[in-house]
Write a protein that binds this ligand. Sequence first.
Ligand code: CJB
Length: 831
Amino acid sequence: IESSIPAPLRDTWKKFAATEFKEKEAFQKEVVKHIETTLARSLYNCDELAAYSGVALAFRDRLIIDWNKTQQAHTLLDQKRVYYLSLEFLMGRTLDNAMLNQQMKDTAVDGISELGFRMEDLIDQEHDAALGNGGLGRLAACFLDSLASLNFPAWGYGLRYRYGIFKQEIIDGYQVEVPDYWLDFNPWEFPRHDITVDIMFYGHVRKYTEEDGRTSHVWEGGEVVQALAYDVPIPGYGTPTTNNLRLWSSKPSTGEFDFQKFNSGDYESSVRDQQRAETISAVLYPNDNIDVGKELRLKQQYFWVAASLYDIVRRFKKSGRAWSDFPEQVAIQLNDTHPTLAIVELQRILIDKEQLDWDDAWNIVTQTFGYTNHTVLPEALEKWSVPLVQNLLPRHLQIIYEINLYFLQTVERRFPKDRDLLRRVSIIEESNPQVIRMAYLAIIGSKKVNGVAELHSDLIKSTIFKDFVTIFGPDKFTNVTNGVTPRRWLHQANPKLSALIAEKLGGYQFLKDLTLLNGLEKWADDKDFQREWMDIKYSNKQRLAKYIKETTGIAVNPHALFDIQVKRIHEYKRQQMNIFGVISRYLALKKMTKAERAKQVQRVSIFGGKAAPGYWMAKTIIRLITAVSEVVNNDIDVGDLLKVVFIEDYNVSKAEFLCPASDLSEHISTAGTEASGTSNMKFVLNGGLIIGTCDGANIEITREIGEDRIFLFGHLAEDVEDLRHAHRYGKTEMDPALREVCDEIQKGTFGDPGIFGGLIHALTDGGDYYLVSDDFASYLATHKLVDEAFKDPQSWANKCIMSVSAMGFFTSDRAIQEYAENIWNLEPVPM
Ligand code: CJB
């Protein structure tokens, strides 16, 4: 690597190279130094936030040392790298993860207690980095952890939103959104003031003829905004490999234009320009599984994609290789269609800037990209209006047209008489206005396309992308079932369970090779082990009960069955079915005699999740949950037999203490709608059982853990079309138990029934699109089986332990290994 320091002087540098603290006293020294100097505090005014900051800075120093070494090694080796492009990285907190991944937590806990603090209090000071909506963003975060832990040379690229996903408050039973400003103190990021890229928007394309007769295009004029890089170190577990997550922030370009305005006294306008530029990375769009098509969102996408590609291309060009080597050096994974413009941007760079022929360029492009699809929901598939793109990115629109033209020509040659096929697969949908189907562009521009669970990958091949399987052949389409990182989702979230497992398996190797969990099998019938296991579950439930009492005032009995559904609120995820089920249980309890009630299993139904601010039905579902909880929790007939809780502001750190505290969790989407789901994996990994439909990864979880350890119910994906058809033609009657629930809501038992009219309408005249009525009887019957099973604690414990022992497959390490082998052709770099 070239160095700015002359060779003879480098020894002095090396002599004083930064070193990592290794034991308690050295750690304490670092913490005190940072508190006294970096933070300008002292032992007289060090509160928990300052102490957290001191510890974070001490660990940050360690991260930086490994990070520098890793980046130098990767640059020197000049091996292929993968770039993971994601508009969302739902990282959560970093300190605990950094301590655990560096295997220094015990030292730090001990060290900080001698300085007068409890580590758990300090960890709680940290603000979640909530740059994502839900599953898709959290998957990206788990993948970063696995990439580093497996020593893969990998960078993430995203946007540095000033505001992450909003904070949710519940006021009078309704969701209220509060901005999430999280950047007050963020020790985990590094602004790279020397790494900036000017990004252009709008303007026009000028066409001219080169001396050799070729036509060239320049995109000129328009608005210029600067992208500034912020780097976040990503440590691997038990390895020095520390990868980089580069997040772009927008600011005004320091062009002459602003300066002139400023000098001429037009301050207001120059400030407006500045705000306009900063708006691009200001806020995360809070929609999960819904496409809204706003211009600012398109600007975000292009801004991020263009800055990232500029960076990737610059790095490649430094190596001095031929362009044809590009796909051997670079793999770019598109996390959903949000970064699809990267395909067009790379083609533009290669033909307009680097003067490659169209075909050579397109070959490079289509060998470089991989596209991951995360949903089949039609409302979530991105489509950009042609006039919008024409105005914002005129040159890109031309290139998209050209890609489409060549693609349709090849299709026509292969399927000569099929006009309808051409219409169906065209990147441009002939609607008014015309729209660009981003998923089609992503497929056409990528080498491989994958779904995120087996059923989902099969479904995309047989439904939304069927024609493309015919055109490209089945090999272009593959499956990589999602996974979660056991470091955060077992070891960090549930340290007691992790320690118990380690004790039985003779160490923590299972955190690196999760299949080792199968060694637990032989303890599954051991009474002492079962007791230890269930004691840990109980203490996790006690902690949650305490939290619920403190935050909502509701007293729940930790001996009751804790039934949890936490995820984004969405009709397809069917929280409405869950709350209808709760109402049905409530009505049943009300009808029972005292003697009958005495035989019932106590339940705590816990909900949590955010509704997109514009998603009215989802907000109504929250309102119904809070309304039911008001009534049920205050009904003395029911007492501890049923409690209903809505946990405010569900996020990553809350998931970390909810997952270990469940007896049962709900993954009950209409079959065929949930691409994979990942919280299902987290809950089982923490020793909880699940009730679920045959959807997404539930199916593979069932295959791994065994059918008698999961509570499956409901119709299959293959039934859905016929059932919907029957509803449309009025050939169905509402399930009687559901009818009773609706009647009760309409009677006003849970407050003004007018509020819930939309929910009832969806089931009746709305055609029950999510098939709540069709699945309701089987849902209730299966909950009865859950109650029965819970009455036998030993058999329950056995099921939990056996399930955990079979969860090895669902680590994100396995998923990343599959991507590396089957999609990226990527080798690890052992450090
Ligand atoms: N997903 O979180 C999102 N947002 C979207 O816009 C589309 C899909 C989710 O991605 C997860 C990771 O692959 C899946 O597990 C989940 O089923 C899907 O809804």
